[in-house]
Design a protein around this ligand. Sequence first.
Ligand SMILES: Nc1nc(=O)c2c([nH]1)NC[C@@H]1CN(c3ccc(C(=O)N[C@@H](CCC(=O)O)C(=O)O)cc3)C=[N+]21
Length: 303
Amino acid sequence: MPHSIKKLDQAMQLIDGKATSKAIKLEIKDKVEEITKNGGKRPHLAAVLVGNDGASQTYVNSKVKSCEEVGFESTLIRLEEDTTEEKLLEVVAQLNNDAAVDGFIVQLPLPKHIDEKKVTEAIDPNKDVDGFHPTNLGKMLLDLPTYLPATPYGIIQLLERYNIETSGKKCVIIGRSHIVGSPMSVLMARNSKVGNCTVTLTHSRTKDLAAETREADILIVALGRAEFVTADMVKEGTVIVDVGITRVKDDSKKSGFALKGDVKFDEVAPKASFITPVPGGVGPMTVCSLMMNTLQAAEGKKA
Ligand SMILES: Nc1nc(=O)c2c([nH]1)NC[C@@H]1CN(c3ccc(C(=O)N[C@@H](CCC(=O)O)C(=O)O)cc3)C=[N+]21
């Protein structure tokens, strides 16, 4: 068969996270209009940012902007890099008790002198729209109503909206973080519309990683190393979800850096059936999930 025809048969489709998040945000905006029209309160998301990390500022700004787009109220609380753990826990307690705030997040990573676990556990699970609190992760595991962690929830939305068949497929995940890889393994395995996969969760101690990834019908990459996955690591026709986002120095860019995913896109994309780009893939969906969780919080369907 001529090469060009083979290529046509296997046309790769880009999964457009930016467009999907826009569509979902319009749906949320409609719901907000309905709520306020009926005299209800506008959903309100608060975000706490400690310090001046460049990437964190970008993400938090995009969350505030998304709130405006969907008609949410938003509050950004900025604290100095040297804020004490005690002070941050006070701010968390205030937000827990503030009836005007439906949900809030504390942007991670936090400065080294603050215990992230302690802060996460201090957040009222009913307001934990990040879905990081042990109570909410536990509920997820038990299929109880809860807030799903933002990035995994965004990925599920993408797979669902692109009608990607997951049932009975082999899903390989790279990275076992508490906020992406680990919850993703639970969601892909559970008995749900998107789910029913046979899941392999790989990590730094996995013996022959490429042997595992080559088996994947769906490959989810979340280890945070730019261009880690190369063409030889994937089989033809795989669905690839790239969660990584690393700033790499690039003098040709106005910002001085380029954003790179965990997948070497140019060489891997031609082998994929579906693939998420970076930027414009999973990132915008993460923000969108926060909006969905905040709407859920405001509607009183508490975790
Ligand atoms: N408590 C907490 N909750 C989070 O949800 C959380 C966090 N901490 N810490 C950091 C990670 C990362 N994250 C992203 C959000 C948006 C984009 C995003 O919008 N990315 C754009 C590009 C943005 C850019 O230009 O840098 C894109 O991929 O197209 C990416 C990553 C949320 N996180």
